[in-house]
Design a protein around this ligand. Structure first.
Ligand code: ZN
Length: 488
């Protein structure tokens, strides 16, 4: 099947045919988490979206180098150029080493992403592991005349950069507006221009995380880490750079300026941004009390949630919206997604029970397949793919009911399609199989039937239930409170 992948490029504000720099190889960099607190759901959505993108590129046959960093230094309070390091601040508060904070939340981040069944990136570099690369890049930018040192800190010279380059190329913002709306970002008395930003920051005596540099003891600015690490692992130019859309205006704008000033080229050809999460129509944020963590969503342990949802139901819910659309969390929408996910998995599990016939009575399955992949080729349109999959659910149910027939080879083709789309591309898995809660519910139904039989003095049925359960390794114990069960 011929694929013509189209990607919406934030840089050009239009959909473009995807042509990698090197045939068959894709370099992709995605801004990872700042690991000083639990990963929030907005971040999870971004990483689930890029997991879908990664998986589809792999499905298309590309060899993909997917780099996603861990920010473990240099990200200051309020994204500013002055103030406490987020890790150091938390470390002081909890009387821990900053690296204990980093370790704790990196493990937590990986645990949550594993529950969402995301594939690990090819390389996951840390900012603290790449200090020398960052220093080297700052030196190159100074050498090229786009940065200057003041009192042990180094700033990027935006005024100078603007004369030769389009600083706001990514978001197309008006420079006048930007100047008028710029907040005081710290180090203002040292900066030549209002939009200048820090590449290297002199460490105050109380600052815990510090490294020697040509400009004295200090630590890197937040933006330089991604430029230095993408350059190291993907080269001066690579294919895709991604992240949440809140990063475009400052972080990614500054990344482009740094790379251009250092390497004389924009780093990535395609810039991709995922949209925000909302809760009941309002932007999700911890401070307004409407933000919940992934763990709270899984257990239902939050005032806004009526119950918990499995990680796979949540992943399915996320993929039912296009990555560039906002995604609104509400109990009704989550319930609907949960039902849809279960319907899909139930149908998938019926596939092995469908008998082969002499002929196939399904019409237009090939057209359906073409539509499903055409949707993914059109800027990774997973909601359209999922809509086509519900057509397949209807087909599978009709095959199981005997209303439709299928030959052995067509059945294999159907199974291959489900494997490719449901499992390989959407990255779903069946989390119902080993669901202990479900087994409990199931056993309670069986125990109730047996107790009813006993009450009706139908001992043949009640004994038969006990024997059958025993033959599959389940033991029943009757006591005063009722009947308990356990595995032998
Ligand atoms: Zn970044």
């Amino acid at each position: 099947m011929e694929h013509k992948l189209i990607i919406y490029n934030t840089l050009t504000r239009k959909k473009e045919k995807f042509v990698p720099l090197h045939p068959d190889i894709v370099g992709m960099y995605v801004c990872g988490p700042t690991v000083y607190s639990d990963v929030h759901l907005g971040n999870c959505r971004t990483f689930v979206s890029f997991d879908l993108i990664f998986r589809y590129l792999l499905y298309l046959g590309y060899k993909v180098r997917y780099v996603r960093n861990i920010t473990d230094a240099g990200h200051l309070e309020g994204d500013q150029d002055e103030g406490d390091d987020k890790f150091a601040k938390k470390a002081k508060l909890l009387q821990l080493e900053p690296m204990e904070i980093v370790q704790k939340y990196t493990i937590g981040f990986h645990d949550v992403l594993r529950m969402f069944n995301t594939l690990p990136p090819s390389i996951e570099p840390t900012a603290t592991g790449h200090i020398s690369e960052q220093i080297e890049m700052v030196q190159d930018i100074i050498k090229n005349g786009f940065a200057y040192e003041v009192n042990g800190s180094v700033y990027f010279d935006v005024d100078k950069y603007i004369k030769e380059n389009n600083y706001t190329i990514l978001t197309n913002r008006n420079l006048e507006d930007m100047l008028n709306n710029t907040r005081e970002l710290g180090g203002q008395d040292e900066k030549r221009g209002r939009l200048d930003f820090a590449l290297w920051i002199k460490a105050k005596p109380e600052h815990i995380m510090r490294w020697p540099s040509p400009w004295g003891i200090g630590f890197p600015g937040w933006h330089i880490e991604c430029s230095a690490m993408s350059r190291k692992y993907l080269g001066d130019q690579f294919d895709i750079h991604g992240g949440g859309m809140d990063l475009a205006a400052t972080h990614h704008t500054n990344e482009i300026a740094q790379s251009q000033a250092c390497n004389h080229t924009t780093p990535a050809q395609y810039w991709m941004h995922t949209n925000m999460l909302t809760v009941n129509g309002a932007r999700m944020s911890k401070s307004s009390g409407n933000g919940f963590l992934p763990g709270e969503l899984f257990t239902g342990n939050h005032p806004l949630l009526e119950k918990g949802y499995s990680p796979m139901a949540v992943r399915f819910f996320m993929l039912q919206a296009h990555y560039r659309s906002t995604l609104d969390f509400s109990n009704e929408a989550l319930d609907a997604a949960d039902k849809g996910y279960k319907r899909l998995m139930t149908a998938v599990n019926l596939l092995d029970k469908i008998p082969a016939s002499k002929s196939t009575s399904i019409v237009d399955f090939n057209q359906l397949k073409l539509r499903a992949f055409a949707a993914m080729d059109d800027d990774f349109n997973s909601p359209v793919l999922i809509a086509e999959l519900f057509e397949v659910v209807r087909i599978i149910n009709s095959l199981f009911d005997g209303k439709l027939t299928i030959t052995a080879s067509d059945l294999q083709e159907l199974k291959d399609f489900i494997q490719q789309t449901v499992f390989d591309i959407l990255g779903l898995k069946d989390d119902q199989i080993n669901d202990a809660d479900n087994i409990d519910d199931l056993m309670q139904i069986i125990i109730n039937i047996r107790n009813e039989a006993k009450t009706n003095k139908d001992f043949v049925t009640s004994d038969r239930i006990r024997q059958h359960l025993s033959s599959i390794g389940i033991q029943l114990k009757d006591n005063k409170e009722g009947t308990l069960w356990n595995k032998i």
